[in-house]
Design a protein around this ligand. Structure first.
Ligand SMILES: Cc1cc2nc3c(=O)[nH]c(=O)nc-3n(C[C@H](O)[C@H](O)[C@H](O)COP(=O)(O)OP(=O)(O)OC[C@H]3O[C@@H](n4cnc5c(N)ncnc54)[C@H](O)[C@@H]3O)c2cc1C
Length: 308
């Protein structure tokens, strides 16, 4: 089995998304050693779709698994977005993970040291950015969320066993943060090409729509803005579109009960198939996808044909 990875190290978001203060990387290294001993070949710095085409992989291998995550970040297309000092959360987190691993950073360094920071997005990625800004010794940090503040206890609209809608406070929040909800950022302005101000307004949330609250406009001084507004799904432009895989209604790669896509012998699992999710799901789906591949290889034919 050969695993192709476009980054310089194996591990996906566990390596380059999740900060060390939440998960130390020896956990991944231990598992990689085990997999290598079992015969898995790891090839890093290979971007499939650029360095080698999907069709080449299909010709060279009996089955192909697409586990390329859901890396398409949600953008904030507002005036001033192009100013320096405004970064996607993943650029910030990846760089810090590389720094922690002892790498020399050759890209423009992104650091919160001594800076006034705003994190846009109130989810887990934002919380990981927050913990990182504390470790960079920022001068102040604010986290803005568009949605209203959730209730302190489980909302009645999400009874067990539904995922409870309620306020979550991570250890990064406990370390300190000005958290604000119902805030929409409307534009950035700057000086000499660098962001200096964030402009926003308060919004209400009615019938699924965000409505600006009159006379609630504000502006604040800022040195660093981190965009942590989630992910819209797997990157389609490139490998996925060139292969011709079909997508589900949410824009993730669609699979059948054996985790096979519409293409014979091409499988998908993890965030590529379910959208940005959790490690436990990636592990569970990786195993199910592997079982689907095994079934497919054993019959030497399409698993689809086997079950139908
Ligand atoms: C900041 C952050 C914090 C998180 N914290 C938690 C947490 O605390 N707990 C939890 O359960 N989950 C957490 N998650 C979610 C969890 O990390 C993911 O659900 C999980 O890693 C998904 O695994 P995956 O293998 O499907 O995809 P990924 O981990 O995204 O791995 C995909 C890999 O494919 C590579 N790749 C992509 N395209 C190509 C290509 N064309 N060629 C070669 N390689 C390619 C990528 O470089 C990447 O290494 C977090 C996510 C983020 C962003």
């Amino acid at each position: 089995m050969t695993l192709f990875e476009k980054a310089d190290r194996i591990g996906g978001l566990l390596r380059y998304g999740i900060p060390d203060f939440k998960m130390e990387k020896w956990v991944i290294d231990r598992r990689l050693e085990q997999m290598q001993a079992e015969g898995v070949i790891f090839k890093t710095n290979v971007s499939v779709g650029k360095d080698i085409s999907g069709e080449e992989l299909r010709r060279e291998f009996d089955a192909v698994g697409l586990t390329m995550g859901a890396e398409q970040a949600r953008e904030l297309p507002i005036p001033g977005r192009e100013l320096k000092g405004i970064h996607l959360a993943m650029d910030y987190l990846t760089q810090q993970n590389k720094r922690n691993a002892g790498d020399t950073i050759t890209d423009e360094p992104i650091t919160a040291k001594g800076k006034r920071v705003v994190i846009i997005g109130g989810g887990d990625t934002g919380s990981d950015c927050l913990g990182t800004t504390h470790r960079h010794d920022c001068s102040e940090v604010h986290q803005f969320e568009l949605l209203p503040e959730p209730p302190p206890e489980r909302a009645g609209s999400t009874p067990w066993p539904l995922w409870p809608m309620q306020l979550r406070t991570s250890h990064a929040h406990e370390e300190g943060c000005d958290r604000q909800w119902s805030v929409s950022t409307t534009k950035f302005t700057g000086h000499n090409g660098h962001v200096t101000k964030l402009h926003g307004q308060r919004v209400g949330f009615e019938s699924g729509k965000f409505m600006p609250i009159p006379n609630s406009d504000f502006e604040m001084d800022v040195d660093l803005v981190l965009l942590a507004m989630g992910f819209t799904g797997p990157v389609k432009n490139g490998l996925l579109d060139s292969l011709g895989v079909k997508y589900d209604v949410r824009g993730n790669v669609a699979v059948d009960e054996n985790f096979m896509t519409n293409l014979d012998g091409v499988f998908a699992g993890g965030d590529t198939k379910r959208g940005a999710s959790l490690i436990v799901w990636a592990i569970a789906e990786g195993r199910k996808m592997a079982a689907g591949v095994d079934k497919y290889l054993q019959v030497g034919n399409s698993a689809k044909k086997l079950v139908s």
